[in-house]
Design a protein around this ligand. Structure first.
Ligand code: CTP
Ligand code: MG
Length: 224
């Protein structure tokens, strides 16, 4: 299929406590943003990449990232607003499918993205990369109320892959209804549309706190 990619990269990285947004920190000589985008560029089916950046981003030009498929758009107040703004730039007839991938996930593998696309195409609807929860999960605040059955619990990763028009429509409606949207799938679920779970590698972590950078460097050093 013809696919557009959306990369939300307009966050400030508050939890990372660095001197610049985390997507511009370096990992093995390249910015995290470059690592995160690279596997998307490698896919021929990806016709355009919409990169949502803060309107006054002073760091992007220094990355040297240029490609005729790359289109810079403005980010918004929250991740969902950045994604929606990018979606509004896409011609859904030209690219009926969209991959959304965090700028802060530099370890995603090309094979996982290809698996996500193939599996979704096979069932004819959208889906997400996810990894099964391995820890014993508790619900509660001060005291444990109960143990949550982890058999059916997953960590949601990115990319997430959906029909372009459906995703734009669901996010728009969910936001208007005041629903909290933390990933693309949550808007699709809210509209009672199906979301396929596709198991990806669990090292596809989101760089969030300082220690994640060391962990990501370690994973990159492994020959994978
Ligand atoms: N993002 C975005 N626009 C926003 C907020 C986040 O495009 N208004 C992007 C981030 O750049 C990141 C992805 O969404 O690539 C995931 O968000 P998160 O990990 O929360 O990044 P930050 O918001 O930058 O970090 P923090 O929440 O610690 O400030
Ligand atoms: Mg955030």
């Amino acid at each position: 299929p013809a696919i557009s990619a959306v990369i939300p990269a307009a966050g400030v990285g508050q939890r990372m406590q660095a001197d610049k947004p985390k997507q511009y920190l370096r990992l093995h000589g390249k910015t995290i943003l470059e690592h995160s985008i690279k596997p998307l560029f490698m896919l021929d089916a990806v016709k355009h990449l919409y990169l949502a950046l803060s309107p006054d981003d002073p760091y992007f030009s220094a990355t040297g990232l240029t490609d005729e498929r790359l289109i810079r758009v403005d980010g918004g107040a929250e991740r969902v607003n950045s994604v929606l703004n990018a979606l509004q730039h896409i011609d859904a007839t030209e690219t009926p499918w969209v991959l959304v991938h965090d700028a802060a996930r530099p370890l995603v593998r090309r094979e996982d993205i290809e698996l996500l696309i193939t599996r979704c195409m096979a069932v004819g609807h959208g889906g997400i990369l996810a990894t099964p929860v391995r820890d014993t999960m508790k619900r509660g605040s001060q005291l444990v109320q109960h143990t949550v059955d982890r058999q059916q619990l997953w960590h949601a990763l990115t990319p997430q892959f959906f029909p372009t028009a459906l995703l734009r429509d669901c996010i728009t409606r969910a936001l208007a209804a005041g629903v909290t949207i933390t990933d693309e799938a949550s808007a699709i679920e809210w509209a009672n549309e199906p979301v396929l779970l596709v198991e990806g590698h669990s090292d596809n972590l989101k760089i969030t706190r300082p220690a994640d950078l060391q962990l990501a460097a370690f994973y990159l050093e492994q020959n994978r």
